[in-house]
Design a protein around this ligand. Sequence first.
Ligand code: SF4
Length: 225
Amino acid sequence: MKKDILEKGAILQRDRETYAIAPHIPGGITDTATLRKLCDVADKYGVKELKLTSAQRIALFGVKEEDLDAIWSDLDQQPGAAIGLCVRSVKICPGTTWCKRGVQDSVSLGLKIDAIYHAMELPNKMKMGISGCMLNCAETMLKDVGVVGTPKGWRIYVGGNAGARPRIGDLLVELGPDEDKVLAVIADLVEWYRSSGSEQRLGRVVEQMGFDAFKTAVLGAKATP
Ligand code: SF4
């Protein structure tokens, strides 16, 4: 019986025969050459369908198992972390790069976060989102770690998720515009989670501990204003 092939980023499909793969496209930001190559590869191997995913990727559906290695070789891209216990997607809105409502540079910060954390193995899956303003177009409140731009800087929310038991994230900390400070808090959070011994998703950890205890555990002395 066929199964997902994690090391090839291949997810078995409903037909129990073919696979879906999705290259890593940080922030969903790409260019025409990459898209042309994706189309050429899809045509070459008879890929059945291309679909835009909620994780800002382009998935190839109907891939044959025997073509997986050749497709990845031709694409010359890394698989997106769509399965497994790791940092899955880092969703990034256009922020001040393009959006007239943006107040912070979500693309700059989001790509830094993606470069550090995408595919990092953790006790459970973790999704992240970076929005350039409080309108939250990157679904930030539904991410395990959500970073939201405000006129004064950044807010970091934790413990959000979609799924069967959706949960809105809790505000962990409010910071100024310095990206390094945001990265430092996320580093503390991820390090704490890795060593916490919990195998629950972050929102369940928050619920079990209580948010105040969680905040103190993650931020330590920084939790007290
Ligand atoms: S969250 Fe704000 S900055 Fe980002 S796309 Fe939406 S409106 Fe624009």
